[in-house]
Design a binder for this molecule. Structure first.
Ligand code: ADP
Length: 400
């Protein structure tokens, strides 16, 4: 089935045309700096994937999707000549709040509920919503499916998702922990179960999605029982530009000492913290590793803090899972940083996690990297969010 996967960000649009029967992608699109005067969109088609650049000054993310749907029909090298060839659009949806526990076919009710969750993800929900609305208005014949980042974590028990703050705030505003990267954690757990050759229902798995954003999830019998991200993607481990867990009293302290507004502190914690804030070098792990190797002490400290916080998160899930059989590493850092993996597991042998240094010399593959005598199997899974979204969308569309 031919699926157009749409991933609308706050100032970007990523899209792919994926044939789910073969897993082959025949079009890739990336729009960046959307909303700015120098915004642009690159579209490329199989087999060469040579980029065609469209200038998109001062537009919205939904405008970019509208343009993409036009050029898909017009471009000579496009794999399709009519939008009727697209069986379904699979939309990445960020925050489904308490409404959505699985992927759904988009209708007006779904859009209204997704809109109601915008408060919880003000940067990410509105552009995705605008894209889905635009398609529904202009191309009502194309079915759309929404795949939520939060849905996989809907199985968390209340003791894991509630915050110890007055109950009235949960009742009034649904303030609770939701978790993100759900598509990735679910895929990582299922793929790891295949790698170890056991049904996911029998396994206790800790999935580590370590990218620019990062979260770690405890998966018991295939279900998320706890995850490090919370109401928003700011909670949890240290990330590229996000602080992760800090003492919440830091926020009023900064507001009072620096004369900042709440929104300004929010920006500092989301965009200027993490690797970037501590190292002063970059939010990108590769740059920070390079700077540390060249003797930059703050860069080294940032890496040490990151490793330490990831180890603590893995340890806490080892404690709450009835049994831990597998730990999975996925996403940019998890898949590619041989050195980060080596450092993380160097401290975890006493929990039965024994990395095989030779097997660990690998990037972006689905494979086992622990020693044969390691009580806990350590796996690497190459994240493929687009393929997961396409597969969910195709599954729902095939029942129409
Ligand atoms: P996003 O959350 O933006 O999807 P990714 O999953 O692509 O992020 O991860 C981006 C992170 O992965 C960056 O910090 C980048 O430095 C890191 N990364 C990618 N390749 C490597 C590598 N070879 N070694 C170390 N880090 C890497």
């Amino acid at each position: 089935m031919l699926v157009l996967v749409v991933n609308a960000g706050s100032s970007s649009l990523k899209s792919q045309l994926i044939e789910t029967d073969t897993g082959v992608s025949s079009m890739k699109c990336l729009a960046e700096k959307v909303g700015a005067a120098d915004g642009y969109m690159n579209v490329s088609y199989a087999p060469d994937f040579e980029k065609i650049k469209y200038d998109m000054p001062d537009v919205t993310v939904a405008d970019c999707l509208a343009k993409l749907l036009e050029v898909l029909v017009e471009d000579e090298t496009s794999p399709i000549s009519s939008l009727e060839e697209i069986a379904v659009i699979g939309n990445r949806a960020v925050h489904g709040g308490e409404y959505f526990t699985e992927s759904v076919l988009v209708d007006d009710d779904v859009l209204a509920k997704y809109d109601a969750c915008s408060d919880l993800a003000p940067l990410h929900n509105p552009p995705g919503l605008a894209c889905m609305r635009m398609v529904r208005e202009r191309y009502p014949q194309i079915p759309q499916v929404a795949v939520f980042d939060t849905a996989f974590h809907a199985t968390m028990p209340a003791k894991a998702y509630m915050y110890p703050i007055p109950m009235e705030y949960y009742e009034k505003y649904s303030i609770r922990r939701y978790g993100f990267h759900g598509t990735s954690h679910g895929y990582a757990a299922r793929t790891a179960a295949e790698l170890v050759g056991k049904p996911v229902e029998e396994l206790g798995i800790i999935t580590c999605h370590l990218g620019n954003g990062g979260s770690i999830t405890a998966v018991d019998g295939g279900k998320s029982v706890d995850t490090t991200m919370g109401l928003t993607p700011l909670e949890g481990i240290m990330m590229g530009t996000r602080c992760g867990d800090i003492d919440p009293a830091i926020i009023p302290f900064l507001i009072s000492k620096e004369g900042l507004s709440g929104a300004e502190v929010d920006t500092i914690l989301n965009k200027k913290s993490g690797f970037l804030g501590v190292s002063g070098v970059s939010s990108d792990m590769r740059d920070v590793e390079e700077a540390a190797a060249a003797g930059n002490e703050n860069a080294q400290l940032a890496i040490d803090m990151y490793i330490y916080r990831v180890q603590k998160a893995i340890g806490s899930y080892f404690a709450i899972l009835p049994h831990t059989d597998v730990v999975v590493m996925t996403a940019g850092v998890g898949e590619n940083s041989i050195s980060a993996r080596e450092q993380i597991f160097a401290g975890l042998e006493h929990m039965g996690m024994k990395l095989d240094k030779e097997r660990n010399q690998v990037r972006g593959e689905n494979t086992i990297i622990s020693a044969d005598d390691s009580p806990v199997t350590i796996c690497l899974v190459a994240a493929d969010e687009e393929a997961c979204i396409a597969s969910d969308a195709a599954a729902i569309a095939s029942n129409l």
